[in-house]
Design a protein around this ligand. Sequence first.
Ligand SMILES: CC(C)(COP(=O)(O)OP(=O)(O)OC[C@H]1O[C@@H](n2cnc3c(N)ncnc32)[C@H](O)[C@@H]1OP(=O)(O)O)[C@@H](O)C(=O)NCCC(=O)NCCS
Length: 159
Amino acid sequence: MRRPIDAPGAIEFRRMRPEDLDRVVDIERGGFRHPWSRDLLARELGHAWSNILLAIERDAALQEQVLGYVVFWLVHDEVHILNIATAVEARRRGVGRALMLEAHASGKARGATVATLEVRRSNVPAIELYRSLGYRQVGVRPNYYQEEGEDAIVMLLEV
Ligand SMILES: CC(C)(COP(=O)(O)OP(=O)(O)OC[C@H]1O[C@@H](n2cnc3c(N)ncnc32)[C@H](O)[C@@H]1OP(=O)(O)O)[C@@H](O)C(=O)NCCC(=O)NCCS
């Protein structure tokens, strides 16, 4: 059985680098019906204001395995979460929660007081993750996801 990531030393975080693009694109494609393209991810990587953190586990040979990532912007006192995904095979081990907590901590260390995000109304796993962290619904953006005409739920957490 794989270790839960709350085992000591089981998970590390680091900033994404250009050589991580292939793996991040794979995880992105496994996570979304409308995944971010490789170009968009590469552009995001080049934005000084964007933060892309990877969750890493080491295998028996101490090689890095990327388990998931979170993309966030720090705008004034707000951490805005743009994207988060965990590789399919690493889900329900606490990776998503750990990435969110790391994003909050990183923002807080630089003066953030709140975290915000938008999520599809139908995305139960993500909404449950955010609720479990204390996020509350503060609004709805009707038809925000235009391909399906789906609403976005706007959520906020004081960090
Ligand atoms: C949402 C997502 C990032 C969660 O990642 P994860 O690493 O599996 O989440 P965790 O293991 O940290 O789960 C933390 C909590 O979230 C909730 N949760 C996660 N997956 C869930 C699911 N499938 N159903 C219900 N609740 C779920 C639970 O409360 C869980 O705690 P528990 O396992 O103790 O019950 C992952 O499902 C994913 O990558 N989805 C596709 C991409 C996506 O939709 N991203 C969100 C965009 S807004």
